[in-house]
Design a protein. Structure first.
Length: 332
């Protein structure tokens, strides 16, 4: 089978991309509790980019096949997983083993979701990270009894799902974007509170709108000084939830007096940890709910391009240059 191979980590993103190779490997065989998936498509996420640079929390024994997420069809299974044979699935895996950027993929049965027949397989390739992340983040906002939230990276897919779920809960959303054209696009889509980070009046506008809406939860996917600007405008009690680091920078300009005296906290969100803490059966119920939203058309991941494994370098370059434009899918 054809597979994308990462031979070594490299902090330089261009060199990391150029090091990727497409080569032949033996089709793996499933062990007890594992399934063999004929891949339909695999998504490219910011976590994948960080991984190939060696800057992600997951470190694999190299060389290895990258890719944390994807969709496909189970064609074989080991003992105690035979019931998955013939099923369409979505998968998310971060073990020290080959990932999803390949033609065939073996993983534990716990890492897959059996899909409804009407679930589109392209959409399913992007199903297990962003929609569930948004669901988990909104859960936090609900627990905080937030009537408004702030989020950055608002042109991205997680932010899109956050807005939809927040609307269902009557939670107002303050959106922050990096590009002026993204701000204009969100406004055209009906987003009410959109701020352009590089405008001259950004901090003034952020303060004024936060004073009015009183957000008590913020979702940070960027890091750097923007984190501090968001954290500092919230009135306590409040929480900033960090779920990404698109800037690659450490949190900065945090008002430490607010941490001490205003009941404000900074915490992290990790999808795997969130899933593990759910009561038995709850994840399956959430999956069914989210799949119904995709099948009805209420939810949809924007896909900007579908590429072959052989064009992985060009595809990832395009994705890095325009993450707000949607996902890039790798198809064998």
């Amino acid at each position: 089978m054809k597979s994308v191979i990462l031979p070594a980590y490299n902090k330089n993103i261009l060199r990391a991309l150029l090091s990727l190779q497409v080569s032949e490997k033996e089709i793996p065989q499933p062990a007890d509790g594992e399934v063999l998936v004929k891949m339909h498509a695999a998504s490219c996420n910011p976590s994948d980019i960080a991984f190939i640079q060696g800057g992600y929390n997951i470190v694999k024994t190299l060389p290895a096949v990258p890719g944390f997420e994807g969709s496909g069809h189970v064609i074989e299974a080991g003992k105690n997983a035979k019931e998955f044979i013939g099923k369409n699935i979505s998968c998310f895996v971060q073990e020290d083993a080959d990932g999803t950027w390949c033609e065939f993929f073996v993983t534990k049965k716990e890492n897959v979701i059996v899909l409804e027949d009407a679930m589109d397989l392209d959409q399913a390739a992007c199903f297990m990270v962003n929609p569930f992340t948004a669901f988990g983040l909104i859960e936090i906002a609900e627990k905080n009894k937030s009537r408004a939230i702030i989020q950055n990276a608002s042109g991205g897919q997680v932010a899109q799902f956050v807005r939809k779920l927040a609307a269902e809960k009557n939670i107002a959303v303050i959106d922050i974007v990096r590009k002026k054209e993204t701000a204009e696009l969100l406004k055209a889509q009906g987003c009410r509170h959109v701020l352009y980070e590089n405008s001259e009046d950004f901090e003034k506008d952020l303060f004024e709108i936060s004073s009015k809406l009183k957000p008590s939860t913020a979702f940070d996917a960027v890091g750097g000084e923007l984190s501090g600007k968001i954290f500092n405008v919230m009135k306590g009690p409040a929480a900033m939830v960090v779920y990404g680091s698109l800037s690659g920078k450490k949190l900065a300009e945090i008002g430490f007096m607010d941490l001490i005296f205003k009941e404000k906290i900074i915490t992290g969100f990790n999808l795997i940890s969130w899933k593990e803490k759910l009561e038995p059966g709850v994840f399956e119920l959430i999956s069914k709910l989210l799949q119904e939203k995709f099948i009805s058309g209420e939810f949809r991941t924007q896909i900007q391009e579908i590429i072959s494994l052989e064009n992985v370098v060009q595809g990832l370059k395009k994705y890095i240059g325009n993450m707000s434009g949607g996902k890039v899918l790798l198809k064998p």
